[in-house]
Design a binder for this molecule. Structure first.
Ligand SMILES: C[S@@+](CC[C@H](N)C(=O)[O-])C[C@H]1O[C@@H](n2cnc3c(N)ncnc32)[C@H](O)[C@@H]1O
Length: 224
């Protein structure tokens, strides 16, 4: 296995600036590229149902993937992306979307155990401190609830791994992180102790993305 280049996590200001630039064209350019990955996460979230938090909701492209049996709250730190999501929400087409807020995923302004499910599509590799964001996601999740992530993750071997390592630095200013390894998510889960991995699977197109599901362990199960 090729170890990823030890690159630091992305800088918050770089990511915020990158997505402020992406906002006007995001739906047209990134919408189709991320479609199948995004849908794999929303479909897994629909299985959990209930009150769902979308972390890094972006322009709200996923709103149409949920139905009225859910209540969606979205947060994103990038104001121009949130403005687009609010326009979408104001269309009246998505009454299940209850609120969209400017908020940093490192400090979620929600009560403990206040969501059934937390979804982050194409976000966790971009944040300045992924472990802290994951711990915040786990904190706001009820026992038995799920964190559902979808992302391109580091390929670990072969030509793709070489390309991802080479692309790591040049793509940072675009707000991309091709060399982020799955092992880092697992290391967080093991250190956290209050979550268990329930699924890791490749999703379309061509298995380029990975869907990862962690379940919040009920307190008594954790103590046992
Ligand atoms: C690649 S976009 C994904 C948007 C959306 N989830 C989708 O699938 O279309 C990444 C989003 O994460 C947001 N983001 C990055 N770091 C964040 C943070 N620390 N807190 C909240 N949002 C963040 C960015 O502003 C951007 O809107």
């Amino acid at each position: 296995m090729l170890q990823p280049t030890p690159a630091s996590d992305l800088d918050r200001n770089v990511v915020e600036t990158a997505y402020a630039r992406w906002a006007p064209v995001y739906d047209k350019v990134c919408g189709p590229i991320f479609l199948s990955g995004r849908r794999s996460a929303t479909s897994a979230a629909m299985q959990v149902g209930g009150r769902i938090l979308e972390v890094g909701v972006g322009t709200g492209l996923s709103f149409g993937d949920y139905d009225g049996s859910t209540e969606i709250v979205g947060i994103d730190m990038c104001e121009p992306m949130v403005a687009k999501a609010r326009e979408r929400m104001a269309s009246g087409l998505y009454p299940h979307v209850k609120d969209v807020m400017v908020m940093d995923a490192h400090e979620l302004a929600f009560e403990d155990a206040s969501f059934d499910c937390v979804v982050a599509q194409f976000v966790i590799t971009l944040v300045a401190n992924p472990e802290r964001v994951l711990s915040e996601c786990a904190r706001v999740l009820r026992p038995g609830g799920e964190i559902i992530l979808v992302n391109h993750l580091y390929s670990e071997r072969g030509m793709l791994a070489v390309i991802e390592r080479l692309a790591a630095r040049p793509t940072r200013a675009l707000g991309l992180r091709p060399e982020f390894p799955f092992g880092r998510l697992m290391a967080w889960a093991q250190n956290h102790g209050g979550v268990e991995l329930v699924e890791r699977r490749r999703v379309k197109p061509l298995g380029a993305y990975t869907l990862v599901r962690f379940r919040r362990i009920a307190a008594q199960a954790q103590a046992a």
